[in-house]
Write a protein that binds this ligand. Structure first.
Ligand SMILES: C[S@@+](CC[C@H](N)C(=O)[O-])C[C@H]1O[C@@H](n2cnc3c(N)ncnc32)[C@H](O)[C@@H]1O
Length: 160
C-alpha cells in the first residue's frame, strides 16, 4: 500500500506500520495552537444516530490516532459542513503524530479499543469506547468537547 501512496494533504504524511491499526498521521511542518490543520472536505457525520455519531473520513486524516493528551481537535460543530476542521490544540512540531481525543466526538463507539497512547496512567482513560463511559470532566478536560456530546452528558446528569 505504502509504495503507491500519495499523501492527501501536503503538510502531512501517513507513517504506515505493519500490524492492525498501527499506522499514524504525521505533521511535516510546525503548527501553532488554534491553527487549522485541515478542513474536513472529505468528511461527513455518519447517518446512523445522533448518539453514535461517528466521523467517516476519506483522506489521510483517517489515520489520526486517539490520545488521552491530544494535540488536535476535530471540530464538526458548525451547521455548515464546509467549516468542519481539524485544529491544533497545542504546538505541534513537524514530525509529530496528529492525535485527538476520540470521545470528544463519539458517544458510543462501535469498535472500542484499549488505549496505547502512552501517557501516564492518571491521564489515560484506558478503554476507549466513547463519552458515554466517561464523566463530563474526563471529556471536557481535554480541551474540546463537541456540542452534541456536551448535550448528551448534560441530559445524563439531569437524569441522575
Ligand atoms: C481511525 S483509526 C486510526 C488509524 C489507525 N491507527 C490505522 O492504522 O489505521 C482508529 C483505530 O486506530 C487504533 N487506535 C487509534 N488510537 C489508538 C490508541 N491511542 N491506542 C490504541 N489503538 C489506537 C484503534 O484500533 C482504532 O480503532
Amino acid at each position: 500500500m505504502a509504495s503507491t501512496y500519495t499523501p492527501s494533504h501536503t503538510d502531512f504524511v501517513v507513517e504506515f506500520k505493519s500490524g492492525d491499526f498501527a499506522s499514524s498521521l504525521i505533521t511535516r511542518r510546525d503548527f501553532a495552537p488554534g491553527e487549522i490543520l485541515a478542513f474536513l472536505t472529505e468528511g461527513r457525520r455518519s447517518a446512523r444516530t445522533y448518539q453514535t455519531d461517528n466521523i467517516d473520513l476519506n483522506s489521510d486524516f483517517a489515520y489520526s490516532n486517539h490520545s488521552c493528551v491530544p494535540n488536535a481537535v476535530f471540530d464538526l460543530s458548525s451547521t455548515d459542513p464546509a467549516k468542519w476542521n481539524v485544529r491544533a490544540l497545542t504546538n505541534i512540531p513537524a514530525g509529530t503524530p496528529v492525535v485527538w481525543f476520540y470521545p470528544s466526538t463519539e458517544w458510543e463507539m462501535i469498535q472500542p479499543f484499549e488505549c496505547q497512547c502512552g501517557t501516564e496512567q492518571k491521564k489515560c482513560v484506558g478503554r476507549i469506547q466513547g463519552a458515554k463511559a466517561l464523566t463530563y470532566a474526563e471529556v471536557a478536560g481535554r480541551g474540546w468537547i463537541s456540542p452534541w456530546i456536551e448535550e448528551l452528558m448534560m441530559e445524563r446528569e439531569k437524569r441522575r
